[in-house]
Design a binder for this molecule. Sequence first.
Ligand code: DAH
Length: 376
Amino acid sequence: MSLDVQIETLRTDLSAAIATAETEQAVEAVRIAALGKKGSVSALLASLGTMPPEARRTAGPAINGLKNEIAAEIEKRAEELRARALEARLIAERVDVTLPVRPAPTAEGRIHPVSQVWDEITAIFSDMGFRIAEGPDIETDYLNFTALNFPEGHPAREMHDTFFMAPGPDGVKKVLRTHTSPVQIRVMQKSKQKPAAPYLTEAMAPPIRVIMPGRTYRHDSDQTHTPMFHQVEGLVIDKSSHIGQLRWVLEEFLKAFFEVESVVTRFRPSFFPFTEPSMEVDVQCDRSGSEIRIGEGADWLEILGCGMVHPNVLRNCGLDPDVYQGFAWGMGIDRLAMLKYGMPDLRAFFDADKRWLDHYGFKPLDLPTLFGGLSS
Ligand code: DAH
């Protein structure tokens, strides 16, 4: 085959191969097959060395011409394919800026209203200088009742529809705590005794200012009662604590919690075995519209129980009632949540219905603080 025919054949074959290469890798394969060390065009170039000088003078430019042409075609085709790949990628990755933004995972979850209100309450009392304490849900009968001045067989025990537990091997009678008041006893005992009682890790010697949120249990279920519910207990013990302070603390709390300028409270005489005197507190409200408004109106809403700690309770904790006195209160966290956020049925709190939580829940990154706002 003459050199001219060889060159023509190569040009035709290689041009066709380049034109039909559909990927950058395919173009690269053609380049190696033609211009690589063992490529067909490179072989022709190498054959120049064996030619006589006159033949080389015409063959040299012809073969080099072929080489340059093929190299240019390869570069052009590679460029086309790169542009085509970029175009395809731009189409694939196109963003429609008119579509709604999908929320980030941190914006999707919701904090349960009970957790929210629990955090709001602890933020408010922490700001007033209160510590937080907790006790166990399974409580001894002694701490839940006896130490709180409910004598054995006293009818006041019947006020609580108690879930009784089978006693353990030690024979100690246990209950699911019916209120958070036993944590008062743990706190006061802890203030006197070593080694540390469980759940209370630091000494709480008088003066004591502590709140005790937690789960509580009673055999009860209707629109405003569930077998498990939440309470927060408050306790202040000092040498000169008095009812005026109790009233101030509660009113400051109610204003901060309901996020209103002023509240009007009414203290009604009541009975609890562990306080003397005992009172129930109502807060003035307006129920004329579709929602309850605190801090205005002509109606009253019962909100909590409180009183001066009974001398027997102080004695049961090893505190001398001639030296120390104090006040305590207890209120329902769920009930406060229902009032503040207008949720009518307590049972829905514990149905684990995601639609309910999406509606009534709180954004996880909006933590309640006094400086940033409790509920906003
Ligand atoms: N433990 C009471 C209850 O569950 C509430 C209560 C009333 C707590 C008066 C107190 C208090 O600390 O002083 O009904």
